[in-house]
Design a protein. Structure first.
Length: 186
């Protein structure tokens, strides 16, 4: 029988510690001859086909206008080797510095969007805005992934997961229950 944990009241403002939606990503964008990178800790897969991803980009963020104007971006998946760059990118503004140059990251041309891929990242997902009806009210963009690139190895990279207050968790061991899934779910 599973042991029942003892619980106590918990601050509502810190629920993200338990509800973080996935790994930290670096969102690259391009508009009007400039490019930028932002660190993002909140995104969610919304649909499989077409592949839809929802995320919030604060209107106060330099990337907001670039993504809004261009209608596209690249969601790049860094691994733990880029932890310091992830934090630095999140603590600086692309309005003031060239984040690619400052953090030693390499732009690679995308195939379907103008925003650049980040060579050092494990995976890159080229995206176009599919639905912007919630942008004005919530800064919530719905993107369609139109092209995906991923390193062949490792199959399960160590990714960063932000829990708030400057603390990250690293993806851990893999637990497979693949044999219990119905074929249509794989």
């Amino acid at each position: 029988m599973t042991k029942t944990p003892k619980k106590s009241d918990f601050p509502v403002s810190k629920v993200r510690r338990y509800l973080e939606p996935g790994p930290i990503v670096l969102v690259s964008s391009a508009w009007d001859g400039r490019s930028n990178i932002m660190t993002m800790g909140w995104h969610t897969c919304m649909e499989f086909t077409p592949a839809l991803v929802g995320c919030v980009i604060s209107a106060g963020n330099h990337s907001f206008d670039m993504v809004r104007q261009s209608g596209e971006c690249v969601i790049n998946l860094p691994t733990t080797t880029l932890t310091d760059a992830v934090v630095g990118i999140g603590n600086t503004s692309g309005a003031e510095i060239d984040k690619f140059a400052h953090f030693g990251l390499t732009k690679e041309p995308a195939e379907k969007v103008a925003a650049p891929l980040i060579r050092e990242c494990h995976a890159s997902f080229e995206c176009r805005v599919a639905d912007d009806r919630l942008v004005d009210a919530y800064n919530f963009f719905v993107f369609e992934v139109v092209k995906a690139h991923a390193a062949v190895s490792p199959k399960h990279p160590e990714t960063l997961h932000y829990t708030g207050d400057g603390v990250f968790m690293v993806s851990g061991r893999v637990i497979s229950r693949r044999s219990r899934f119905l074929p249509e779910m794989l």
